[in-house]
Design a protein around this ligand. Sequence first.
Ligand code: PRP
Length: 212
Amino acid sequence: MRYLTFALTKGRLAFQTLELLERIGISCEEMKDKSSRKLIFYNEEQKLRFFLSKGPDVPTYVEYGAADIGIVGKDTIMEENRKVHEVLDLGFGKCRMCVCGPESARQYLTHNQLIRVATKYPNIAKDYFYNQKNQTVELIKLNGSIELAPIVGLSEVIMDIVETGSTLKENGLSVLEEVCPLSARMIVNPVSMKMDNERITKLVEALRGNLN
Ligand code: PRP
């Protein structure tokens, strides 16, 4: 039997994924060691292989078949737009994609003004403003701490994920518009889905039966 390879999103999502996998009898003890710098882990008995990568790279590994299965946020799936099958909503990592900014920026959204939008998600933002809202905006790509942008005057608003809302609150910003709900999803390479259909289907069904 060949190895079934999982690409997991480094960080909290990976730990939550391991907990879920344990509930269906799949374990990878080595992977739980937070101090380890190891990138790939094997479960020899079950012929499984796991590796950790940055979220935006997970759909890439899965599209090319370097991983059969990926666990990644819906935000990343939407942004990367790779040829993968999304097969399961894992129900954790819940948050929302939102347009945020100071309350004073709300008027720019209702009056369709030409504003600057800072975001880690230029593709999602482009689709939202151009196709859904018909508002022309200038998109500014950032890589983190997006909330800074409207505070220092880089942009009028941001598009970002909001979980508890505390980052916004502590920085005097609000949710101005909600774009969509998000959570962790399982994605599968289309060829793997055909070649290992029985094995992957069994896995998906076992996971589905064990979601909180
Ligand atoms: C994310 C997101 C927000 C924050 C939202 O950032 O970009 O900044 O979490 O969470 P909250 O609503 O619970 O405050 P992350 O911590 O992933 O880091 P980043 O800013 O470097 O992207």
